[in-house]
Design a protein around this ligand. Structure first.
Ligand code: PLP
Length: 368
């Protein structure tokens, strides 16, 4: 039997990191060492952001940003509805209300019209999500937030390497959060980052991630605030450092693979995720909307029976059991995308011809 074609394959091997790992084990420098320091500088250089603070995940990053903005009970945060539940969970956890904003069926992102309808005097922040890595419309949303004096948090868990108007994600929104989970384009096991150009925010974040410590008092740490330990370890930083220089090539390959799928699937009625004229999408997930006459869930099963791994795009947050029960405010476009988007395998050397042929066989089988 043939091996399953996986959705994604890691871009680094153990050989790439062996020497640095050995060094960390020999020296015992597992935390707050040279790799996290260098990775911080390299991440700023790559994104163009003035400051970067690493964390343990995008979820920790988003949660800490809400704490930074003092968001809590009685506050509302406008959240893009087509996303992974972490985007809304962090708002809910702090006692604020996530107000779901519907998305475009083309880009899968929130748009100015939908956002403006939901702004009230309780709105304390907006959370834009680069849906599946797509930054389209981010500048427009930032402009609206600036005009209303509302901070914009970008959930760029999937967005590393994407850009709009020639500016990289990480240097557009007021504050940006990234993920280094294994399904993302850069994997450090678990991990995340926050970037911002705001000096005060960066200083607050650095302290909070490190128990509130900032500098030295006498011979010991000076705890200028209370805080947490959300630090990224050295081992994870090595993994990140090895992948960052490869990232642009990885993205180029993914774009070529997307073109190859689009050529074969467009004539079958599959619609690729759209990207704005001035936007550049990292293709973190390679997604298509299935035609009306295709049942997406059946197709995923059929592909699995043919040794092809595929999955949904992402979730309609307002339609998840918890949020639907609590707020009863399901967003229609997001729900359509939840039911009809499919993510297909994307890695160097993937046999797109076989996958396209299998999808086209499914269609004829369904129609028979
Ligand atoms: C849009 C989005 N936000 C947040 C997260 C959470 O990321 P992490 O697993 O790093 O906490 C994910 C993870 O898939 C995501 O896709």
């Amino acid at each position: 039997m043939n091996d399953m074609i996986r959705l994604i394959k890691p871009h680094i091997s153990f050989d790439d990191i062996r020497n640095d790992f050995e060094d960390i084990f020999k020296t015992g420098m597992h935390t707050k060492g040279k790799h996290v320091k260098a990775f911080t500088e390299e991440f700023c250089a790559y994104t163009g952001a003035k400051h970067c603070v690493f964390t343990t995940s995008a979820t920790t990053a988003l949660w800490t940003c809400l704490k930074l903005l003092n968001i809590g009970e009685g506050d509302e945060v406008l959240v893009a509805d087509f996303s992974f539940p972490a985007s809304a969970n962090v708002v809910e956890d702090l006692g604020a209300k996530p107000v779901f904003v519907d998305v475009s069926l083309d880009t899968y992102n929130i748009c100015p019209k939908n956002l403006k309808k939901k702004i009230t005097n309780k709105t304390k922040a907006v959370m834009f999500v680069d849906a599946l890595g797509n930054p389209t419309g981010l500048h427009d949303i930032q402009d609206i937030c600036t005009a209303h004096n509302i901070p914009l948090i970008e959930d760029a868990a999937c967005g590393i390497g994407s850009h709009e108007n020639g500016i990289k994600v990480g240097n557009i929104a007021d504050i940006t959060c990234f993920s280094f989970h294994p399904r993302k384009l850069m994997c450090t096991g678990e991990g995340g980052a926050i970037t911002t150009n705001n000096d005060e925010w960066a200083q607050w974040l650095k302290r909070k991630m490190d128990h509130g410590a900032d500098g030295i008092k006498g011979i010991a740490l000076d705890f200028k605030d209370y805080g947490y330990n959300f630090r990224l370890p050295e081992i994870a930083s090595v993994m990140g450092r090895k992948q960052l220089p490869m990232l642009d090539d990885v993205i180029k390959t993914r774009i070529a693979i997307q073109k190859s799928y689009d050529k074969g699937l467009k004539p079958l009625g599959y619609k690729v995720q759209m990207v704005g004229e001035n936007a550049f999408h990292n293709i973190q997930s390679l997604a298509f909307m299935v035609p009306d006459d295709v049942n997406r869930d059946d197709l995923i099963h059929y592909l699995r029976d043919n040794n092809i791994e595929s999955t949904i795009g992402t979730y309609c947050l307002s339609g998840t059991t918890y949020y639907a029960n609590k707020y009863n405010d399901i967003q229609p476009n997001s729900n359509i995308l939840f039911e009809r988007v499919i993510t297909l395998p994307c890695f160097p050397g993937v046999d797109t011809n076989y996958i396209i042929e299998t999808i086209s066989n499914y269609k004829s089988k369904a129609a028979a």
